[in-house]
Design a protein around this ligand. Sequence first.
Ligand SMILES: Nc1ncnc2c1ncn2[C@@H]1O[C@H](COP(=O)(O)OP(=O)(O)OP(=O)(O)O)[C@@H](O)[C@H]1O
Length: 365
Amino acid sequence: MIEVKNLVKRYGDHVAVKNLSFTVEEGQIYGFLGPNGAGKSTTMNIITGYLASTEGEVLINGHNILEEPEEAKKCIGYLPELPPVYTDMTVLEYLKFVAELKKIPKDQRKKQILEVMNLVKITDMQNRLIKNLSKGYRQRVGLAQAVLGYPPIIILDEPTVGLDPKQIIEIRDLIKSLGKKHTVILSSHILSEVSAVCDYVMIIAKGQLVASDTPENLSKLMLGSNTVTCTVHGTRKQLVPALNALDAKEIQYENTPNEEQIKVKITTEKDKDIREELFYALAKANCPILELTSSSMSLEDVFLELTDDSGKAARKLKKAEKEQLKQKECEPEADKTAVGETSEEKSTDAAESAAETKQEEGDAQ
Ligand SMILES: Nc1ncnc2c1ncn2[C@@H]1O[C@H](COP(=O)(O)OP(=O)(O)OP(=O)(O)O)[C@@H](O)[C@H]1O
């Protein structure tokens, strides 16, 4: 649906976006996450045609944003960081103006404006001058103009910045409901926002994409394993044989202040979810589970690691992704070369792998 290919943006000597490539598929909410100055707004402005890239191209539903701007822009509703509202107009006047600009057929304008005002809950404010609205309501008006015309893609740059906690929750709920019918991309540097709202996360640092996956997969890949910690009522004599039968990498036992309870930490391969197996094993051993937590890295941990200056974590993630891909390719026949992999690709992989190992050795020192 959106293809971003080898995007580069230079402001004079400063390279704000470095060779950025990604694809956005239909019907998901994507979070574009990165620290201040990472290049999020620049990328969004290029995708929406507000800014020209220095190199690379952007295709929106197959239309090049520079060569076929009208067709491409029709597919997008954009809310920039500062809502593009005319403060001397009333809400209704402004939305009528936007509907005209978007060339919404005349006979549909009134109906759509009413629907959109209803969606973002500004119907009561329709006759107010925009300059007399609170920041939260102006943001809603900005959202309304983005949604008007029902474009398949909605792009929101820092949609909750400057709002109070109640308004933030309301706007997030609104974004989630938009995600049911539209593809939504939102940029944010607020991690909790991205984990709460998005199906998919792209992390950008210094103009480069350092990770893109679901929040859950990112934390799994970064962690390299899954850990389950549980507190059990029972004795080691009961527990050890029961847990030894599990498919675990490591089991650690810890005494608790209560002599009848033991804390167990079980580490498995990153793709393995041991919780059900564990439940049945402990039930069979007559050891009730009192507490069970499955730990993974939070998105915050992933973000901090991936955007640190050394780039070590980003390399670790890239390696983990490659390993996962290789595993998948080998699944049908373990010893068969992956389909389509040429000897050249294999030697490139080997060279990259050697370079990564060398880099890691350097990191370790
Ligand atoms: N018009 C401009 N001229 C020169 N440099 C610019 C311009 N716009 C942005 N930059 C620089 O490009 C880099 C990326 O900026 P951008 O606004 O895209 O980042 P961002 O991730 O959106 O940051 P924030 O979260 O702070 O809005 C920054 O270093 C910024 O200073």
